[in-house]
Design a protein around this ligand. Structure first.
Ligand code: 9MR
Ligand code: 9MR
Length: 568
């Protein structure tokens, strides 16, 4: 395109307010050799496509484009190119006459090793209460923020043993997101997903060395990193009654400063039923996981199990303490008034850890769904599916059937999608990229029980969606792909004076809700799958968050471990 035409293009874009994604869209990080592989091609008169060795005209594969079809979530006409037949490791480009070449397509046996390690290291970068040293953090080294050893008990959390203003200590943990607060509810699903990844794919994580301060101490780094948050969570339980504070927070959000320069007073706020149950679930799961490391961590597993049971007992006695934001607190709510899923999840984890039937929910009455921070019943099914040996024959039939029922629905969405991605318009909500990956996570659960190839293919398609096969042609992970996010709503990335953002973070993604800061520029498109803005001001589409990164860790490890190796 000459400069004149390019300007004209820009003018059209301004005039119509529409983004013209005129490129070929493809996963920009790569594929394992045996993976299903697609690219999306803008509507074109061409019939065929070619794969060439990157930077050359050497053709390695030819194929025919799928029919033109309009994909509703973006209201765009596209054609699909299936190049799954290309299984030889290397770097390629997809070529269609009349269109610019695709971004580089990388095929390698270890295609996701680096991504999965970076997605986990992102948690290290979000640690509270510790300096990030140059040897571990490179150019993103920074001073410690938030010691959290002088935290005030807020009026909403006061009780006889700890009246308002009592000073407690609850250091460590991860900052939740682009803000510097720490929330138990969101920690629940996050730690669960990381520990599940470890339980399901130990081989991937044993091979991983994150270069964090604990690396080499005899624990795998995924557990070292999870411990950073688990230690904080343990300190959020009131020893007097077993109740768990909903969050540790400032009164309002900090300015755009580095952690060390954020000096607001810190509070623990209201004990809630959701916090107690999410805590109980994760501590029971962690006690199971750390039981295998009694040598390295004597007493830890038992301590976690007893903390879990005390939180469970508190929740039984306080079954409806819904979080209500006090008037002087303005940070994230994570409020949830539907608690049966939390009860079921905590019950399943405690039952799995102890074998005690009194914890077990009635499986016949427990529905299944794609998990999120406020809907955790899917996590109960993940644990049940992983521990079929603990179940009766009849119950294990129920568990398999329920997981397969959800996966079949997700696979059907994928089959029916003209873009080859099972997301529906309604799925593009605040944090949609995590909806994408949690859908993939649930498809993978069914694949683990019954390895039908279409389940893995549908999961791969969802994974591709956040790595570049989307109508924005955008990788949604900082530091990865040809066009990654550059301005995430992440205070350290914005305030550190380092050009690239901290790597390994999944941004929230397209969200037509547009609940952004006032004055944030218009999005390039209002279409659900395109309502995204790579700007710091757009926390509704471009923030990062611990619960969103966790399925990125899980799915990248799973696809790395599960994708069958092609026959030579
Ligand atoms: O940084 C905050 C982010 O973590 C939240 O998701 C978001 C919505 O609650 O709010 C952000 O903080 C903004 C605040 O709400 C209003 N003033 C500007 C803040 C961002 O710079
Ligand atoms: O992920 C949360 C999303 O589901 C909610 O719609 C949104 C508004 O309540 O809040 C999101 O969580 C934010 C939290 O409240 C504060 N830290 C940043 C989180 C991600 O934006």
């Amino acid at each position: 395109m000459n400069r004149h035409l390019r300007r004209l293009g820009a003018a059209c874009l301004l005039a119509t307010g529409l983004a013209h994604a005129d490129g070929i869209e493809v996963n920009q990080v790569g594929f394992t050799p045996g993976a299903a592989k697609w690219a999306a091609v803008p509507d074109t008169a061409a019939r065929g496509f070619k794969l060439v060795r990157a930077g050359t005209d050497e053709v390695v594969l030819r194929g025919v484009l799928g029919a033109s079809a309009r994909w509703a979530p973006a209201d765009r006409v596209v054609r699909l190119a299936d190049f799954s037949a290309l299984k030889t490791p290397g770097d390629y480009e997809l070529v269609v006459d009349g269109l610019p070449r695709s971004p580089r397509i990388h095929i390698a046996a270890d295609a996701y090793a680096e991504l999965s390690a970076a997605a986990l290291k992102a948690y290290y970068f979000n640690r509270a209460s510790a300096p990030l040293w140059g040897v571990n953090a490179g150019r993103w080294a920074r001073r410690a923020g938030h010691a959290d050893d002088h935290v005030l008990v807020h009026a909403s959390a006061a009780g006889p043993g700890r009246p308002e203003g009592t000073v407690i200590s609850a250091p460590k943990g991860w900052y939740d997101a682009g803000d510097y607060n720490k929330y138990i509810v969101n920690s629940g699903i996050t730690v669960y997903t990381l520990l599940a990844a470890w339980e399901h794919y130990p081989g991937v994580f044993k091979a991983q060395h994150l270069n964090i301060p604990e690396t080499g101490n005899g624990l795998p780094d995924v557990l070292n990193e999870a411990m950073w948050n688990l230690e904080w969570m343990l300190a959020m339980q009131d020893p007097a009654d077993g109740g768990v504070y909903h969050k540790l927070t400032n009164k309002g959000f900090d300015g755009v400063v580095m952690p060390a320069d954020a000096r607001g007073e810190r509070y623990v706020v209201q004990k809630s039923t959701a916090a107690a149950l999410d805590f109980a679930a994760v501590m029971a799961q962690a006690s199971r996981v750390f039981a295998a490391f009694k040598g390295q961590r004597p007493g830890l597993s038992a301590r976690m199990l007893s903390a879990s049971q005390r939180a469970w007992d508190w929740a039984q006695a306080h079954p409806n303490e819904v979080y209500k934001q006090p008037p002087d607190i303005r940070t994230g709510g994570y409020g949830d008034d539907k608690l049966d899923d939390e009860f079921a999840w905590a019950g399943v984890e405690l039952w799995s850890a102890t074998g005690d039937k009194r914890f077990r929910p009635d499986l016949a009455k427990l529905a299944i769904s794609v998990p999120g921070w406020g809907d955790v019943k899917g996590l109960a099914w993940v644990t049940l599916g992983q521990h079929l040996e603990q179940l009766s024959q009849n119950d294990s039939v129920v568990v398999k059937a329920r997981i397969v029922e959800l996966a079949d629905e997700l696979a059907a969405n994928w089959r029916a999608s003209d873009y080859g991605v099972g997301m529906q318009s309604r799925d593009y909500v605040w944090g949609s990229n995590a909806v994408v990956l949690n859908q993939a996570l649930m498809l993978i659960q069914a694949y683990r029980l019954q390895p039908k190839p279409e389940r893995l293919a549908a999961a791969q398609a969802l994974f591709d969606h956040v790595l570049g096969r989307n109508p924005l042609g955008q990788s949604m992970v900082t530091g990865f792909g040809a066009k990654p996010p550059l301005h995430p709503h992440h205070r350290p990335s914005e305030a550190d004076g380092v050009e690239p953002p901290v790597p390994g973070f999944l941004v929230g993604g397209p969200n037509p809700g547009r609940q952004d800061q006032k004055g944030c520029p218009a999005y390039p498109s209002a279409q659900p799958a395109m309502a995204y803005l790579d700007n710091f001001c757009s926390y509704a589409s471009n923030e990062i968050a611990i619960n969103w990164n966790a399925p990125l860790v899980y799915v990248s490890a799973a696809l790395q471990a599960l994708t069958p190796k092609p026959h030579p």
